[in-house]
Design a protein around this ligand. Structure first.
Ligand code: SF4
Length: 336
């Protein structure tokens, strides 16, 4: 794990934010690229939002990248460019919660603070055979109490990293390798043979499915991209104009009306480009995409830009828009 070579609190902070909701193997190349592009807090504070979104593209949960940049600006303005080492101060920074603050304070500043990520949650739920759902407030309370009780004074960083590594390597969600585990002798779930039944998690709601209709608008060899609002899913990323519709069967019928309503633009569908599907964490989507001709002069859509096909991939985008851009780019090449 390349961040283990860095004693710099900034590198530890970046790695902890990247590791939220993302696996170690996925994070490694992103971390290395990020540290080359933004080697310190001042470089990150002076970057643009587009720079950080481009560096983050593919990792998901893009608010993490925007929050890192915002927090870097706060650190430059309020903490003389130095990451604070106190949990209470760390939690004030955008994107830093109790878990991340504990991890940074213990690893980077040797503070006696516990932390609780998904790996530690699983390891402790097994070690202490916790029979309550550990992703509920009462389950989390039990875990924090146990972690505080077990924390070795002066070694919290090692303790936290050891537990995280154990969860990432041996005490994995499926098939934990108990025979190789250094804690095998004291693991209550293992002693009862219920290790694969822990942790207990509350049941997940069924993922909803949404249908979207989208427009490829072309002028010469350039395509129209619009920027998403800076808050929310894929905030600040670029995409092709699209809208959520209720009736999958009649998606195309809505497109002309929606373009007129939202942007005051009169358009006509000329052909169907294709269907694109993607599953986010909380919902699945199907995008029906059409080639569209603009019938209005003076197109003035807020936050729009016209982009040549061979430059589409330079813009920060979510997975679906990226997939469409690749298709358009390869179509252009074929036509040359
Ligand atoms: S003995 Fe098995 S279940 Fe218990 S902590 Fe070790 S790997 Fe996990």
């Amino acid at each position: 794990m390349p961040w283990r070579d860095h004693l710099d609190p900034y590198a530890i902070w970046v790695s902890e934010i990247m590791l939220q909701q993302t696996r170690v193997n996925t994070v490694v190349p992103y971390f290395e690229r990020w540290m080359n592009m933004f080697p310190g807090i001042s470089e990150l504070a002076n970057s643009t939002e587009a720079d950080v979104l481009a560096a983050w593209e593919g990792l998901g949960y893009y608010s993490r990248a925007r929050n890192l940049r915002l927090a870097a600006q706060i650190i430059m303005n309020e903490y003389q460019g130095r990451l604070p080492g106190d949990v209470k101060e760390l939690i004030r920074l955008p994107g830093v919660g109790r878990y991340t603050a504990g991890a940074i304070a213990s690893i980077a500043f040797k503070a006696d603070e516990p932390t609780l990520d998904g790996n530690i949650r699983r390891v402790f739920a097994r070690l202490f055979d916790i029979r309550e759902s550990v992703d509920t407030p009462s389950g989390e309370k039990i875990l924090w109490t146990l972690l505080n009780a077990e924390l070795p004074e002066g070694r919290a960083g090692d303790f936290n990293q050891g537990l995280m590594d154990l969860g990432a390597t041996l005490c994995t969600p499926q098939n934990p390798e108990c025979g190789q585990c250094p804690l095998c002798g004291i693991c209550q779930a293992r002693a009862k043979g219920v290790q694969t039944e822990r942790p207990i998690l509350k049941s997940k709601p069924i993922q909803p499915h949404f249908t979207y209709v989208g427009a490829i608008i072309r002028e010469g060899n350039r395509y129209l991209l619009v920027k998403r609002p800076s808050q929310g899913l894929l905030g600040g990323m670029w995409e092709f104009p699209n809208y959520r519709v209720v009736n999958e069967e009649a998606a195309d019928k809505y497109l002309e009306r929606l373009m007129a309503e939202r942007y005051g633009v009169k358009v006509k569908i000329t052909s169907k480009q294709g269907i694109f599907k993607h599953a986010y964490t909380h919902f699945r989507l199907t995008l029906q995409l059409y080639n569209v001709k603009i019938l209005t002069d003076n197109l003035a859509v807020p936050d729009m830009c016209w982009v040549p096909a061979d430059e589409l991939l330079n813009y920060p985008m979510g997975k679906v828009a990226r997939q469409i851009s690749k298709t358009l780019k390869s179509n252009e090449k074929r036509q040359l």
